[in-house]
Write a new protein. Structure first.
Length: 158
């Protein structure tokens, strides 16, 4: 048990060092501080979202960004019937990871996010509810980056 504790402590020191280096070395734009206003997003996730998104102007609208972040399904429907799926691996795997992580933290620390998650979970299951919350956060990130305004829970979870 003592050996495991020593390993965890050594790894924790390395994690802190890597996080400090990431924040120090990354060329952060002014929107970085705005991303941190979202529930569940701290230094590391804000850095990942900002760097992986790049210039927000390259996305025509919020739906294109959510699709790039892999937060929407790629199924094709015609006349209400599923006719196939598109390329499910298309988009950015790091963004969906960041938004899923943010959703998991948001549902723990934000009452609005928890309420949305619980309502969705009652209708479906935990995985779908987490993905839906990640989608909400991805859409909010798009608006934060485009409008350069801090997060507004009333707009996001209304």
């Amino acid at each position: 048990m003592k050996a495991n504790v020593a390993i965890v402590q050594a790894l924790q020191i390395q994690i802190v060092y890597l996080e400090e280096r990431l924040v120090h070395e990354a060329r952060l734009r002014p929107e970085f501080s705005l991303l941190k206003t979202m529930p569940g997003i701290g230094e590391v996730l804000a850095t990942v979202i900002m760097l992986e998104t790049g210039d927000i102007e390259r996305f025509a609208d919020v739906g294109n960004f959510a699709s790039y972040a892999r937060c929407v399904k790629s199924a094709h429907y015609s006349n209400g019937k599923k006719k196939g799926e598109g390329n499910t691996k298309n988009g950015n795997a790091y963004l969906i990871w960041a938004f899923i992580e943010a959703a998991n933290f948001a549902r723990r620390f934000s009452e609005d996010a928890k309420r949305f998650f619980e309502k969705k979970k009652a209708k479906t299951n935990t995985v779908v509810a987490t993905k839906a919350l990640a989608h909400k956060l991805a859409r909010a990130s798009y608006h934060i980056l485009e409008e350069k305004q801090p997060f507004d829970a009333k707009c996001c979870f209304a």
